[in-house]
Structure formats: structure tokens, C-alpha cells
Design a protein around this ligand. Structure first.
Ligand code: SAH
Length: 363
């Protein structure tokens, strides 16, 4: 067990009698990402930029086109939240530099709390000038493009459970045998905002991430005030729904959420319905969500795959094709993953989202 995270969690329980699921996730995630490079075949999980360079390259072209639609501001902020190894940003920059003026205008800002991952990103992006921040709020204002792939899913969620006595917050306690276990606690102060309470059965769980709400509100406010767009890619559902999605993954296998805090990747599905409501309330235009497979196809991933495979030995060409297929096929990442853009109201047409903007009637 990661003794640091475990000790912090137990100290919290000793003090308060319990810890909320969100506080548990927060402490476990901080310890987990502090370990450094947890990605890829030898790590715990693999993400789209690590599967195929085509992913980041197409996002780079998307950034360049969006920058042109913004009126080619120079300088502008190119911000990534939760950059992992720095692979996505490296691929974005390599592709987007084809568009004259983009690279010299881009000020690169990375929002990353893990010092070990910052070191990894520094190596990956050694040819570029980069500034790191703990929070998006610390990034200076100005026209911007914000990228976040598998960032929102890593932010802590609260869980609420329907009990015979009403909706309760799900918490974690330590029983006498010292194993961590789930329990519930009736909310004694603020009422719990459950949009689907009427149809929920006893035992039903609803998740809501205050951290996602805050991050999306902050992105939307920046964009509305200073221009630009945010591209959010994550797995999740298009509308708020009941259900427990919190999961732990270690060495590419699912594991118990409470078994090894700080040693497994904890994530929860993103509620894109709630993201949309939050972004609109802050004045942003919302594009999508669109399934990742469809979005990548609209951006021309098929053409890029052919280019990458050209003149490669058969085995390398096959690996490129397999990587691309994994990104777009429904049983890979193509359907579960969704792409959404938040934009300044002047950015009405963004690449990959054609015909996907709904009439805006407010939140
Ligand atoms: N985008 C990368 C990595 C996804 S993992 C990829 O697709 O490969 C989640 C990333 O978000 C990690 O870099 C992690 O350290 C970072 N992260 C998680 N919680 C964070 C927080 N609250 N603030 C800033 N970064 C965070």
C-alpha cells in the first residue's frame, strides 16, 4: 500500500470519523500521480496520445484552424490541463507548426500538480519554452486554446446514495479490522442536488464532481472574457444519469477502489450534460459532445493513417493501423470517449462538430 496516501486517509478518518469519496480520491490521486510515469504498456493504463501519434497531430491541426478562426492572435496561450507525459502537446506542436505563425505566437502553459510528471513533460518538450502551474487560475489571461484529454475524469467525484431515509453522501470509514469500507452519512447541512431523485431506487448512486464543475466554470469564464476555446476529451455520458462509475485500474486490470489508495488510477465518467449546463451558465458556446471516433474521422484520421504508414515495413504499417483503429472503433475508445468544445460565442463553427450545435436557450 502507498503508505503516504494511506496514512493521510486514515488520519482524516481518525479526525472526522469518515472521509468523503471526493476527499479520498483527491488524496489517492495526488499520491498516485506523484509516482511519475504511470502510463503505457509497462504502467497502469494507456491513453489516446500514447496509442497513436495521429491523435495529437489531428488535435494540433484543430488548434491551428481554431487559432485562425480566432483571428490569429499573437501571442496567445496554448494551455493543457493534465498533460501526462507531454506526448499530446509534443504531437500538437509538431503538426501545428505547419501553419505559419502558430508556433511563434503560442505561449505554452501546462497545468500539472505532479512534480514527477512535470519532469517527464520537461524532457518530452525540451525544444519548447513551457511554464507550469498548479491550477488553471494561475495561468495569465489572454486569448487561449485549452486542451484536456483524460483530465476531468481524474478529478474527485462525490457520491450520493438513496437510502430508506433519503439521499445520503457516501463516505469511507475504517472498520475494526482496519479495512476501509463504504458507508453513508445523511447530509446534515446543504441539501444534495439530485436531478433524478424521483426514479431512483433504494441503493441507487449518483455522482457529482465539484472539481469538474469548478474547472469547467473557470475555463468557460476565461474563454468568454478573453476569447478562444477549450477542447475536452474524456470518457463519459452525454446526459446526467444514475450509476456508479468510479473505478480503479492498476497494471491494466480493474482493482478494488479502496484496496490500494495511491497505487491505482482512480477515475469516474464525466457527466457531459452537467459540463454543458455549467459552461453555458458561464456564457460559453458548447459544441458536441461528439463520439471520439466520429470526431477523428471528420478530422481526417484515415488520410493521416495512410500517410504515416506509407513506405513503412508491413509490421510497422500494421501497428499504425491497429493504433488508429483502437482510437476510432466502437469497442475501443471510439464510442465511450466523447469530444466537446467550449467556445467564445463568436466561434460558431469548429472543426469536427459540424451540425452538432444545438439551439442555445440558456442553461
Ligand atoms: N492527458 C494525459 C494524462 C491523463 S492522466 C494523457 O492523455 O495521456 C491525468 C493527468 O492530470 C495527469 O497528468 C495528472 O497528474 C493530472 N492531474 C490530475 N489531477 C490534477 C489536478 N487536480 N490538477 C492538475 N493536474 C492534475
Amino acid at each position: 500500500m502507498n503508505s503516504h496516501a494511506s496514512a493521510q486517509i486514515r488520519a482524516h478518518i481518525a479526525r472526522d470519523g469518515h472521509i468523503t469519496v471526493a476527499d479520498y480520491m483527491d488524496l489517492a490521486a495526488a499520491a498516485y500521480y506523484a509516482r511519475g510515469d504511470v502510463f503505457g504498456r509497462g504502467g497502469d493504463f494507456i491513453t489516446a496520445p500514447e496509442i497513436s501519434q495521429a491523435f495529437g497531430e489531428l488535435i494540433g491541426l484543430w488548434c491551428a484552424v481554431t487559432w485562425q478562426q480566432m483571428g490569429r492572435p499573437a501571442p496567445f496561450k496554448l494551455i493543457e490541463c493534465g498533460p501526462g507525459r507531454g506526448t499530446l502537446m509534443a504531437d500538437v506542436l509538431r503538426a501545428a507548426k505547419m501553419v505559419a505563425g502558430f508556433l511563434p505566437a503560442a505561449e505554452i502553459h501546462l497545468v500539472e500538480r505532479s512534480r514527477a510528471l512535470r519532469d517527464k513533460q520537461r524532457t518530452t518538450l525540451k525544444d519548447h519554452s513551457v511554464t507550469w502551474h498548479d491550477d488553471l487560475d494561475a495561468v495569465p489571461h489572454g486569448p487561449q486554446i485549452i486542451l484536456a484529454n483524460e483530465f476531468l475524469d481524474a478529478l474527485p467525484v462525490r457520491q450520493f446514495q438513496r437510502t430508506p431515509n433519503g439521499w445520503s453522501e457516501r463516505v469511507i470509514t475504517a472498520d475494526p479490522t482496519q479495512a476501509l469500507t463504504f458507508s453513508t452519512m445523511l447530509a446534515d447541512n446543504a441539501p444534495i442536488p439530485i436531478p433524478l431523485a424521483v426514479t431512483a431506487e433504494i441503493g441507487a448512486i449518483f455522482e457529482r464532481s465539484d472539481a469538474v464543475t469548478a474547472a469547467v466554470a473557470a475555463m468557460s469564464q476565461r474563454i468568454t472574457a478573453h476569447g478562444g476555446a477549450a477542447l475536452l476529451i474524456d470518457y463519459g455520458h452525454t446526459a446526467s444519469a444514475l450509476g456508479e462509475t468510479l473505478q480503479a485500474v492498476k497494471s491494466h486490470q480493474y482493482t478494488e477502489v479502496l484496496a490500494t489508495p495511491g497505487e491505482a488510477d482512480l477515475t469516474a465518467h464525466v457527466d457531459f450534460g452537467h459540463v454543458k449546463t455549467t459552461a453555458r451558465a458561464a456564457g460559453a458556446l458548447v459544441h458536441g459532445p461528439v463520439e471520439q471516433g466520429l470526431w477523428l474521422k471528420r478530422l481526417g484520421i484515415g488520410v493521416r493513417q495512410v500517410q504515416l504508414a506509407k513506405d513503412k515495413p508491413p509490421e510497422a504499417a500494421r501497428a499504425i493501423e491497429q493504433g488508429v483503429r483502437r482510437l476510432i472503433e466502437p469497442h475501443g475508445l471510439g464510442m465511450l470517449f466523447k469530444v466537446m468544445a467550449l467556445a467564445h460565442p463568436t466561434l460558431k463553427d469548429l472543426e469536427g462538430f459540424e451540425g452538432k450545435i444545438e439551439f442555445q436557450s440558456g442553461p
